[in-house]
Ligand binder design. Structure first.
Ligand code: PLP
Length: 390
C-alpha cells in the first residue's frame, strides 16, 4: 500500500464550473465565481468583508500592509508556525517577537504574549494550529487594553469555531488558505477577511489587492476611470481557481463530516496508548469546534518520532513532522534568537508526527496506518526501558 499524507477532495462539480468560466470568457480575477466565493465566505463565516487571494501567504502580506506595519514595530507571533506568518512581518521591516505555545493545544500561549508586550508592540499574529482555535477571549482583551491589531492566521482554521464564532471572524483581520494541503482547496489560494465592519480597512483591502488601484470601484461604476491610489500588489487569483474552490465550498459540511470520521477513528484506536501515557493525542477544548484539519501524535521524544517516521515510510505510509520552530531556524538565529528561548515550542515540535489525513481516506487504508503505527510503537517501547508507566 502507498498512503499519501494528503489527497485533495473532489466534489465532482469542479470541471463543470471551470468550463463555465471559459464559456463566460472571464478567466482573470474577480469574475462570477470569485464573487460567489466571496459572498459565501461573508455569509457563512459572518465576516463583513471577504476577498479571495492568491494564497494565505499573500493574505498575510496584505494584512501587514493594511495595518501599516512600519520598520521598528514589534509583532508578537508563535515561533511554532509556517514561514509565511513571519515573512509578512519581516517584509515590512518590522520585528517578530516569538511567543511560546500552550502544550495542550500547541497554540500561542496568552501568558507568553502578555510577557512580551512593550510600548513598541503594534500587533499580535495568532495561528490557529490544526484547526483548533487560540484563546481568543484573552487575546482580544489584551488587544483592547494595549490598542493592538489582531491578525488571525487561520490558514488551517477555515470553518472551525471558537465560542460559536468562526475562526478568521474574531480578530481585526483573518487569513485563510485554500492550498492543496488544506481542507477546502483550489491548489493554491487564500482569502482575507475584514471584521468589525471596518469600512476603511475593507476599502483599502480592495485597493491593495488590485495593485494599489481603485479598479474595484471602477468595475462597480463608482468612479469613471481607475488609477493608482495606494501602494499595492496583485493578490487576486484567476476565476478558474475560484470555480474549483466554489465546487468544494458547496461540500463544506460533507468534507468536514468525512474528516471528522477519520479523526475520531484515529483517536479511538490510539487512545489506549494515550491512557498509558505513552503518547499524547490532540486536545479540543470544550469551547472550540475543530475542522479536523490534522491528526497529530506526540511521541515520547524526538528519536522515537524520527524512528517512527522512517519505519512508517518503509511501509508506504507518508506520515510527516511539522514546523521547525522559527526562532531556531537559521533566519531566527540570525535575528538573535537561541535554542532554549521557547522551551515548550522546542520540546513539542521535536515530538510531533502527523498521520495521513484527508476526506476519503478509506477504512482499509486507515486500518493499515493504525496497525503499522501500533506495531512499530509497541516495538519501539519494548526497546526503550522506563518510558511507559505500566
Ligand atoms: C499557519 C500557516 N500560515 C500560512 C500558510 C501559508 O498558506 P498558503 O500556502 O496558502 O500560502 C500555511 C500553509 O501551510 C500555514 O500552515
Amino acid at each position: 500500500m502507498n498512503i499519501p499524507f494528503n489527497r485533495t477532495f473532489q466534489s465532482g462539480s469542479e470541471l463543470g464550473y471551470i468550463q463555465d468560466v471559459l464559456t463566460r470568457n472571464h478567466v482573470s480575477g474577480d469574475g462570477h465565481y470569485t464573487k460567489l466565493v466571496n459572498r459565501f465566505m461573508e455569509e457563512k463565516f459572518a465576516v463583513s468583508k471577504a476577498l479571495l487571494t492568491t494564497s494565505c501567504t499573500h493574505a498575510l502580506e496584505l494584512a501587514a500592509l493594511l495595518i501599516n506595519l512600519q520598520p521598528g514595530d514589534e509583532v508578537i507571533l508563535p515561533s511554532y508556525t509556517f514561514v509565511s506568518t513571519v515573512n509578512a512581518i519581516m517584509l515590512r521591516g518590522s520585528i517578530p517577537i516569538f511567543a511560546d505555545i500552550d502544550p495542550k493545544t500547541l497554540n500561542i500561549d496568552p501568558q507568553s504574549i502578555k510577557a512580551k508586550i512593550t510600548p513598541r508592540t503594534k500587533a499580535i499574529f495568532v495561528v490557529h494550529y490544526a484547526g483548533v482555535g487560540c484563546e481568543m477571549d484573552a487575546i482580544m482583551a489584551m488587544s483592547l487594553k494595549h490598542n493592538l491589531y489582531v491578525v488571525e492566521d487561520a490558514a488551517q482554521g477555515v470553518n472551525a469555531k471558537y465560542n460559536g464564532k468562526y475562526l478568521g471572524s474574531i480578530g481585526h483581520i483573518g487569513c485563510y488558505s485554500f492550498h492543496a494541503t488544506k481542507n477546502y482547496s483550489c491548489g493554491e489560494g487564500g482569502a482575507i477577511t475584514i471584521n468589525f465592519a471596518n469600512q476603511e480597512l475593507a476599502e483599502r483591502a480592495e485597493i491593495v489587492r488590485e495593485k494599489g488601484t481603485n479598479r474595484s470601484k471602477f468595475l462597480r461604476g463608482q468612479v469613471d476611470k481607475y488609477t493608482w491610489v495606494d501602494v499595492g500588489s496583485s493578490f487576486l487569483p484567476s476565476d478558474v481557481l475560484a470555480a474549483m474552490l466554489y465546487a468544494q465550498l458547496e461540500c463544506l459540511d460533507e468534507i468536514n463530516k468525512l474528516r471528522r470520521q477519520v479523526y475520531e477513528r484515529y483517536y479511538t484506536k490510539l487512545a489506549h496508548f494515550a491512557d498509558r501515557g505513552v503518547i499524547t493525542l490532540p486536545y479540543i477544548p470544550a469551547d472550540r469546534e475543530s475542522n479536523y484539519h490534522m491528526f497529530y501524535v506526540l511521541l515520547p521524544n524526538e528519536t522515537m518520532r524520527d524512528n517512527m517516521l522512517a519505519e512508517l515510510k518503509d511501509k508506504g505510509i507518508n506520515a510527516t513532522f511539522h514546523y521547525v520552530p522559527l526562532h531556531t531556524a537559521p533566519m531566527g538565529l540570525k535575528l538573535g534568537w537561541q535554542s532554549g528561548d521557547l522551551p515548550a515550542t522546542e520540546e513539542l515540535s521535536g515530538r510531533l508526527l502527523r498521520l495521513p489525513m484527508y476526506a476519503g481516506l478509506t477504512m482499509p487504508e486507515q486500518d493499515y496506518v493504525i496497525d503499522n503505527f501500533t506495531h512499530i510503537l509497541t516495538e519501539l517501547i519494548s526497546k526503550t526501558s522506563g518510558l511507559v508507566g505500566d
